[in-house]
Ligand binder design. Sequence first.
Ligand code: AP5
Ligand code: MG
Length: 211
Amino acid sequence: MEKAKSKLNIIICGAPGCGKGTQSDLLLQKYRLIHLSTGDILRNEIEAKTDNGIIAEKLISKGEFVPDSMIVKILSKRIVEKPATCNGIILDGFPRTLSQAEALEALMTSLGKKTTILIDLVVEKEELISRLVKRGETSGRSDDNLETIKKRLEVYEIKTAPVSDFYKKLNKYAPINGMGTVEEIFSRITDVIDSIESNEVNLNEKVNACC
Ligand code: AP5
Ligand code: MG
């Protein structure tokens, strides 16, 4: 009998503007995953003027993170409630702090599930700023202005670096060169995912070859 494929529970991470949303859209189509983007979820809460949205609005426009307790609660509910029929999930922008990473792993263990890999899109700072300033011309996002972009990059450096170390220790960390065209980057990501799925290639060798 053919061995059942395990679910793909992918974390896509990286600095603001690295392409998490862009690459998530392509990945969810290819692998039929559910997309959970904390940024999109929070923006919907803001639009709906929920209690969480009211708290999030001020923090997001200043480039600060929302409290861990809020985001963990929101995400946990969605992970638990996701349809059993999907091939897995893509977590875009979560976990972003060590405490969120620990909460996620504890939740997955309690559900009898595993995170597959953390894809870290590595992009040069000047390119991140240029992408976000350009997007700010049309996005209407309260955080797509130069001052807030710089603050977001600062907060990211301080708070999110420990998340990479956490997944390195779990041997689930894959840095991917996020410079180049959308298609080139997508191909680098799918190379890594497919190598995990097929189990043909040692993950670390493949990851090193991509960066
Ligand atoms: P979030 O919405 O996740 O924002 P972000 O991390 O700042 O990232 P972006 O969505 O701006 O960029 P992206 O990496 O998705 O890139 P994209 O594909 O859009 O979070 C917003 C805020 O919510 C946070 O600051 C925080 O306050 C709060 N929050 C969210 N999650 C949280 C958490 N877990 N804990 C606490 N607080 C949380 O691409 C960017 C632009 O570049 C686009 O215009 C795109 O078209 C373009 N582009 C993409 N790829 C390329 C390419 N290869 N070449 C050229 N242009 C490209
Ligand atoms: Mg995004």
